[in-house]
Design a protein around this ligand. Structure first.
Ligand code: KG4
Ligand code: ZN
Length: 346
């Protein structure tokens, strides 16, 4: 009997190193190493340190998932080709190209945001096409209409800071450590979100684009005016303004496309109050809401192996030169040349 595709996924675009195995039966194994401790002293990701740590951790992580899955026969390798930090991407690209040649299996460079976009499909209750996806990470804020794999229409995006970036910068203003998003969310839990009336950026104008840099400045001015006592209230009010804005734009996007399903992915998708607000809105408006589990909101290789499996027909023999793209618009992607049968288990 012919073996179906069994894909080794590799992720190294920023500050997480990850490996995973995905095949016709779904996800077989995944492992992540976070570089948070490495970058914490610097208050942000140091690209050169990130690249060096990917070199140290990637092969042991691949060994780990191979052992976890009982050393299966890998038929292809998918790695994150971009977008991301170029040095970090090159580590994954080089390992993928080298492994592909030595194992004699084909390789595919995957788009990181396509990985995030389709990550809710790793769960038991996978969303059906079409859906609207809200992608909220450290580098991107995108609203995308998804009609199928590779059939993406950009509806809106941030004109300045990405949502995760706004969380991180605001956290810095409030004196919180790196990564700022989860720290700010934890502080916000103790605060009163009605204390500061921060702007809901771009809600008065029509359209689906976002802007978050003014919100960060509003927090900075409030800190200067008010002293240190109300930081939890500032955090809660900032978070509330972001969530109100995201929820309103998602509703607009669902109306504009006529879709009844919303998918939320990317690191900020792990925010509990964002999840709760969208779930409540979904109950009121009658749209279905899909999230990946928390571990698959942030960077991981399960989502990369999954895209590799969906696009297995596009894999090409391992090449000597590693191929990576720091910038790569999602809308350049096309549908896969052939689609494999759906997984039977997640
Ligand atoms: O998707 P991701 O892991 O990496 C990128 O591809 O950027 O997203 C990381 C971003 C960071 O900006 C981080 O602060 C933010 O997601 N983040 C959060 C939360 N968890 C992570 N922001 C708000 N609330 C959270 N709970
Ligand atoms: Zn990401």
């Amino acid at each position: 009997m012919k073996q179906g595709p069994l894909i080794l996924g590799i992720e190294s675009s920023c500050d997480e190193t990850a490996a995973a195995l995905y095949g016709d039966c779904g996800l077989l194994a995944h492992a992540v190493h976070s570089q948070i401790a490495l970058h914490a002293d610097y208050g942000g990701v140091v690209p050169e340190l990130a690249s060096r740590d990917h070199i140290r951790k990637l092969i042991p992580l691949i060994d780990t998932v191979m052992t976890q899955a009982g050393a299966p026969h890998v038929t292809g390798i998918a790695y994150t080709r971009g977008p991301g930090l170029i040095g970090a991407l090159m580590v994954g690209a080089t390992v993928a190209a080298g492994l592909g040649m030595s194992l004699g299996v084909p390789v595919l460079g995957v788009h990181h945001m396509e990985g995030h976009l389709l990550s809710p499909m790793l769960e038991d209750e996978a969303p059906q096409f079409p859906f609207v996806a809200l992608l909220v990470s450290g580098g991107h804020t995108l609203l995308v209409e998804v009609r199928g794999v590779g059939r993406y229409r950009l509806l809106g995006q941030s004109l300045d800071d990405a949502v995760g970036e706004a969380f991180d910068k605001t956290a810095k203003i409030l004196g919180l450590g790196y990564p700022g998003g989860p720290a700010l969310a934890a502080l916000a839990q103790r605060g009163d979100g009605t204390q500061f009336d921060f702007p809901r950026p771009m809600l008065k104008k029509p359209g689906l684009d976002f802007s978050f840099s003014g919100l960060k400045t509003a927090v900075m001015l409030a800190v200067k005016a008010g002293g240190a006592g109300e930081h939890a209230d500032l955090a809660a009010s900032f978070e509330r303004a972001v969530i109100d804005t995201l929820v309103a734009k998602c509703r607009r996007a669902l109306t504009a496309t006529g879709c009844h399903r919303l998918v939320v992915a990317g690191g900020v998708g792990g925010n509990q109050r964002l999840r709760a607000a969208l779930a409540e809105q979904g109950r009121q408006d009658g749209f279905a809401l899909h999230f990946p589990r928390h571990a698959f909101c942030t960077d991981n290789a399960a989502m990369i192996a999954h895209v590799g499996w969906l696009r297995a027909a596009e894999m090409r023999p391992g090449i000597a030169a590693a191929d990576a793209r720091a910038r790569w618009p999602l809308t350049e992607l096309e549908p896969p040349t052939a689609t494999p049968a759906p997984a039977t288990t997640a």
